[in-house]
Design a protein around this ligand. Sequence first.
Ligand code: HEC
Length: 173
Amino acid sequence: MKTKIIIMSLFVLLSTSGHGSEVKAIKTIKKLGMSLKTELKNAMKISSQEAMKVCNTQADKITIASNTDLIKVGRVSEKNRNPQSFPKKWMVDGIKKLKAGKVKKPYIVVKVSSNKMGLLKSISTQPVCLKCHGSNINPQVLKQITSLYPEDKAVGYKLGDIRGYFWAEWELK
Ligand code: HEC
């Protein structure tokens, strides 16, 4: 009985402290990550060139479709492919901290404004990412990249490098 009460009050405490939104934000980011990965995996079964087309046309749609009524999510990178995926002002400090490894959790929560919160989570470079973000890219794929993204900066990444960041934003009620 006592434990039940403790658990219940903990639950109330967590949801009123805004921690509930943090959990929802992480969930939404995970969902976005999974959706992108599934799409990428399926297209890579055909070819890297096909996957390039899919990333080019679907990444944005998948991202928008992952937003919920409460939480907006997306991806950014300082060394980006899509020039629109550049970190916003509120992300700069958090990114610095994540890069320096100065965080206890695998993500960081930031106050965006008086009524808005934000969250950032690093995205690390895995083997499959190197096909389009590494240093030894297939010439056909590289051709696609430079024609679709003339200002591409998202190459030369190594395994384990931080490729970019998932972000989430939500309003405080
Ligand atoms: C088949 C090629 C391809 C592969 C493989 C690939 N990407 Fe990308 N990536 C792209 C393209 C194209 C974009 C730009 C999408 C757009 O227009 O928004 C992109 C964009 C991104 C972005 C958004 C920021 C930016 O630079 O515009 C991140 C983060 C990212 N990729 C991470 C990864 C990770 C992590 C992996 C491995 C799990 C990966 N990518 C694998 C082609 C690829």
